[in-house]
Design a protein around this ligand. Structure first.
Ligand SMILES: [Zn+2]
Length: 347
């Protein structure tokens, strides 16, 4: 049996936060909302969002969330019960959406994703990453029932966030190749449709690299739509496989080896350059596209050292032992890891 979980509605457009009341009414998710967001996001879109919901007579509670930890998910899950919320709205970049996604999963109520930046595919995927679950990678929850992506808000976010989203997207090139490899070697399920959808998202970024670097609204829309499709590809696959391979293992390993250095997508992009070389893919095309966009392609650009990159490369395979990737076929040593990173220009 193969189960696909998909969002019911995706709304992308300019100044659509003010239509949230209408959008939610059409979704028929009940009358009681719990909104989770960070303090800055509340300042930027709060008034407009609250006003739009009030117009439609929703009962509204809102809460400022802290770091994306297991404890925070527990706190919001309890609050969901206390406020008798019939649905959750996660508004923000990463953590608010992750917390809303997992809390809604715990509380068995739907959640609506309202991204205010385009920094990773978690805005639409069924997966969330939080600290405190004893594993550095994403856990399965449910996809948002709806995604409302306001391009006029997202295009005002710092460029660094968009650039990180692009790194997360190009990394689907190696993620899909790892998935195919595993299918051949372990017999793991492989879905051609979701694999192609994820690859299409990577291609969109690579083909539009120079226009993305201008950060104009059309380019931001391309990245946002590509991130949404990548997340949906994971929903179709029923696993994070089309979106997360050896390059994500490298990114997670960097989180441990060099915490706080570089954003998720930036590290995935760098990881993808290296894993593409191991796969015999065109790593130069990936690197050139990232560089053209303005993404870091050297370890020093995220403040990391050569030793940290080598350490992360050696640790990557152990991050998630059951996930078969190119790292299982290449027994990296200190020496070969160092020359891999050096050959592709990481240092
Ligand atoms: Zn990712």
């Amino acid at each position: 049996m193969h189960v696909m979980e998909l969002p019911r509605k995706v709304v992308v457009g300019d100044e659509i936060i003010r239509d949230m009341g209408n959008i939610l009414e059409e979704l028929e998710v009940g009358a009681s909302a719990l909104i989770v967001w960070g303090p800055n996001v509340k300042k930027i879109v709060g008034d407009e969002l609250l006003e739009s919901l009030e117009k439609k007579s929703f009962k509204i509670n809102w809460e400022i969330v802290g770091p994306s930890t297991f404890q925070e998910v527990e706190r919001i899950s309890k609050l969901t019960k206390k406020t008798r919320a019939s649905f959750l709205i996660g508004v923000g970049g990463g953590r608010s959406i992750d917390i809303a996604k997992l809390s809604s999963f715990n509380s068995r109520i739907p959640f609506v994703s309202v991204p205010t930046s385009a920094s990773h595919d978690g805005i639409s995927s069924p997966f969330a990453s939080v600290k405190g679950l004893n594993r550095p990678y994403s856990v399965v929850a449910k996809p948002p029932i709806a995604i409302v992506a306001d391009i006029s808000v997202i295009s005002k976010a710092p460029f660094k966030l968009l650039e990180s989203g692009c790194g997360d997207l190009v990394s689907k090139r190696t993620a899909v190749r790892d998935w195919e490899l595993s299918h051949g070697k372990t017999g793991e399920y492989f879905g051609g449709y979701s694999a192609n959808l994820a690859l299409l998202s990577a291609d969109l970024v690579i083909d539009n690299a120079s226009s993305i670097s201008t950060q104009d609204q059309d380019a931001v829309r391309v990245v946002v739509e590509a991130l949404i499709s990548a997340g949906v590809a994971a929903g179709i696959a029923g696993s994070s496989r089309p979106c997360s391979g050896s390059e994500h293992l490298f990114s997670h390993a960097m989180d441990i080896v060099a915490p706080g250095k570089g954003m998720h997508g930036e590290k995935c992009g760098m990881g993808s350059i290296m894993m593409a070389k191991l796969h015999g893919l065109d790593y130069i095309q990936i690197r050139d596209a990232l560089s053209l966009i303005g993404c870091p392609i050297k370890a020093s650009e995220i403040g990391a050292t050569a030793d940290e990159v080598v350490k992360a490369l050696l640790l990557a395979r152990d991050i998630r032992k059951e996930r078969y990737t190119i790292l299982n076929e290449t027994n990296l040593t200190d020496e070969t890891a160092r020359s891999l990173a050096k050959d592709v220009g990481l240092f």
